[in-house]
Design a binder for this molecule. Structure first.
Ligand code: ATP
Length: 234
């Protein structure tokens, strides 16, 4: 489904992503973990078209989308829930969702279906559909950012640190939703600082350090590599 091969990306002189290989098979939940500054966000942003790669390729269902602008990447079926919950604050919940659907690849009928699905997943968004995004709590804004990505009917969902800055009870709700989506067949690449949380929900894990993938495998196999885990997470 999503294949990243020898991907490289830089911020000026900083080589943030170095020859990264990641494969996300259809229907799987794959986690990318690593310490602060390892290059996880840059990897996701480069896949999503927010950052230009300096080398390597990204393909979706065999189609090469390397270096495409982010609006084209969304149409190819890749949606990013970016770090820091990007929502449009002056718009209502419903307007945020409708606007996002417009940038996706869904027909009008599919958009209506998708809205029902998003409201089923996040009843709180349904209750607050008329509320301005600016006045939503951090957790609610994360749900809205999630909902916006789902409105584009993605083939692959990229999640960047959904737990960041949120109360544990909200993190639980979000991770239950991630598992619900996964059980329903969604294909997900999850970046998460909280390695235990990531290992608990994912089937395959890639561990990143200083721009490189240093190990990967099933959650159990990676968890067993104590030296790797302790090197990264103390
Ligand atoms: P975190 O979990 O802290 O977000 P990360 O693993 O997502 O970390 P990145 O944010 O991708 O890591 O950062 C990778 C490297 O690139 C770091 O050394 C960081 O300082 C650098 N970097 C990231 N964004 C920029 C930028 N806009 N300008 C310059 N350097 C950057």
């Amino acid at each position: 489904m999503l294949r990243v091969s020898r991907l490289c990306a830089a911020h000026g002189a900083v080589q943030a992503v170095r020859e990264v290989d990641i494969e996300v098979v259809r229907g799987t939940l794959v986690a990318l973990i690593g310490s602060n500054g390892a290059g996880k966000t840059t990897t996701l942003n480069t896949i999503a078209g927010l950052h230009k790669p300096s080398g390597g390729t990204v393909t979706v269902d065999g189609r090469d989308i390397t270096g495409w602008a982010c609006h084209k990447v969304v149409r190819s079926g890749v949606a990013l829930v970016a770090e820091g919950r990007r929502v449009a604050p002056p718009l209502t919940v419903l307007e945020n969702l409708e606007l996002s659907a417009y940038s996706g690849r869904a027909t009008k009928a599919q958009q209506a279906e998708q809205l029902t699905e998003v409201f089923d997943l996040f009843p709180r968004l349904a209750d607050r559909r008329g509320q301005l995004a600016a006045s939503m709590s951090g957790g609610e804004q994360q749900m809205l950012a999630f909902g916006r990505a789902l409105m584009t009917r993605p083939k692959v969902l990229l999640l960047d640190e959904p737990s960041m800055g949120l109360a544990p009870s909200i993190v639980d709700v979000l991770f239950q939703t991630i598992e619900t989506l996964h059980t329903a067949g969604a294909t997900i690449l999850l970046v998460e600082q909280n390695a235990e949380l990531a290992l608990a929900v994912s089937q395959r894990v890639y561990v990143m350090q200083r721009g490189r993938i240093v190990t990967d495998g099933t959650a159990d196999a990676v968890r067993g590599r104590a030296e790797v885990m302790s090197a990264l997470f103390g």
